[in-house]
Design a protein around this ligand. Sequence first.
Ligand code: FUB
Length: 335
Amino acid sequence: MAKLPRYLFPSDYMADPAAHVFNGKLYIYPSHDWEAGAAFDDDGGHFQMKDYHVLSFNDIENDEATDHGVILDVKDVKWAEKQMWDSDVVEKDGKYYLIFSAKDYNGVFHLGVAIADRPEGPFIAQEHPIRGAYSIDPCVFKDDDGQVYCYYGGLWGGQLQWNVAPQKVLKEGVDLGPAPDRKTQLFTAPDMPALPSLMARMSDDLLQFAEAPRQVLVVDNDGQPLKAGDPHRFFEASWMHKYNGKYYFSYSTGDSHYLCYAIGDNPYGPFTYQGVILEPVVGWTTHHCIVEFKGQWYLLYHDCVPSNDITHLRSLKVQRLFYNEDGTIKTVVNE
Ligand code: FUB
C-alpha cells in the first residue's frame, strides 16, 4: 500500500477539491490558487482565482496527476468579474455541467453553470448565473434516481449571511428575491440556531434550480439545530455523498477550522451531527470532498504546508477514509 496522505499536484497551488469518477478515471475539479498580490481581508479578498483546471488520475495512490489545462477562464464568463471560488461537476446524459461560484461586477457572489462534452472540458459558460443562487461553494450531488441536488453557501466573504433571515426561512420558507440584501447582515447570537447552508433540486436541464432553496439543517441528537456559537456548526464547503443508503452532509466550520459531518435519511435532511472528519490543517481554510474510487473511500482536501502557511496558496492532498461498523466515519489522520 502506498504511503498516504500525499500531495496530489506539487507543481502548482490548487484547493477546494471536488472529485468524481467518470469513465473509470478520477477527475478532480479544484480551485486554482495564485499570488495576485491582493490585500488580505476577512472577506477573502486575497483569494483572486481567475480560472479552473481539471486533474485526472488512473491511480490516485501512486500516479502523477494529468493536468488537462484551463477548462474555464473568468474572461469567458460574461456575468463574472473575478474570484472563481469552489466548483463541482455533475454528468447527465453524456454532458458535463460545471457549477461554479464567482463574483459579478457588483461584488455579489453567484453560482453559474458551464457545459462540456467531456469531463476534461473545455466548458462553455451560460450567459447568466443560476436564478436565485447567491453565495459560494456548490456541491452537485446526483442521487441514485438521477435527481441532482445543489448544496451551497459560505459565511463571511461567501455572503451567505446577506441572503436570508433565518427567522424568515424558518417561518415562511425561502424567497431569495432579485438580489441579496447587503445591509442586513444576518449573523445570529451564539445561543441562536446557526445560519445553515442552502440546497435545491436542480431542473432537468441542470441550468436552474427547480425549487426555492431550502435550509440544510444540522441538528443534535435531540433534533435541535446546532447553535451559532458551536465550533462544529456549518461555515462553508458543503459536500454530499451516500454510503449504505444514508446521506452524509459534510462541511467546513470555517473560523474553528474543522471538517465535520452529519447523516440524514434523504437529500433534504435534517442531518444529525456526527463528529469531526479532519482536525485543523495548516492554513485558515479547510475544504474537502469524499469519493469512492476502485473500492476505496478517500478524503481529498488541502493545506498550506508547501507554501509555508501562505493561506491563499494551498496544495491538494489525499488520505484514505474508513467507516466504523455503525456507519460513522473514523477521523482522518493528516500526518
Ligand atoms: O477557495 C476560496 C474559498 O476558500 C472557498 O470557496 C472556501 O470554501 C475556502 O476554501
